[in-house]
Design a protein around this ligand. Sequence first.
Ligand SMILES: [Zn+2]
Length: 322
Amino acid sequence: MNHYSIGIDIGGTNTDIGLVSDSGQVVRRRRLPTTEYHTAADYMRAIGDTIQQLMAEQKLPSIRSIGIGAPNGNPQSGSIEADTPNLNIKESIPFREVLGERFHVPVTLDNDANAAAIGEMIYGGAKELRHFIMITMGTGIGSGIVINRQILHGSTGTAGELGHAIVQPEGRLCGCGRKGCLEMYASARGICQNYMDAAARVHQPLTAEAAQTLTCQMVGEAALTGNPIAVAAYDTTAYWLGIALANAAAFSAPEAIFLMGGPTRAGEALMKPLKHYFEDNLLFLYKNRIQLRFSELNLNEAAILGAAALGEAATSAAPHAR
Ligand SMILES: [Zn+2]
């Protein structure tokens, strides 16, 4: 018999809800506008109703689990914390309590980078691995550290913030209030800044208007066609990311480090220099022993799959072997 689980990806703008088969297919999905809800009760009722619709359409009497990937998701309480930035709802949102009672299934919640890591482990390229790190590249940089097929949560529940490892003391000011975090050099925003710096170095600074409309996708596409300024921007990105990943390797000695997110669409323009700088900065103990790989999950489905995988990982005592 086929089993299905629900994966929910919560963002400040949209909430994506997917019904996922146990072979990792997103068979149905719906989108709710997160911004339209102002109380936790209304929001959770809308999500619950949507889950029920998806089950009815697929003629399912039951589901196996619900997993939720969310910013500020607290895995211990199963809630989104009160006063989460970028959410209109300012009270705590107790998903585990409310959805668990309504559907009588385990409800697992974690931050989106940890969800992505578990998604890779259950449905993607890390099915056979025990120790790996997932780096999610987007507006910011997130990371999920997997040790012995378990997410590392640490004493606070919030371990795995490699995006805020300081790579450049007194460097670019980060949103966290400190200076020189990796996120400011290798996120989508960081890559745009690297491009502007590279352009200024060859005396072709961008106009204010061009700087306003520059996107990481534009830099990536230009790098793939060999544009020297874009290639230099990705080289700088790879340099800082390579150093940060070499440091992360010294901490947990993973078998592989996966990269996911929009900036990875630049493909070899990112991966080739990254492998070079990573190996160059690795301690001898780890040289040529740690793979750098792109995620094998489809980017459009990765967040839902990751969330669904959280629930699946929690319901299976033994690691999945498919
Ligand atoms: Zn920071």
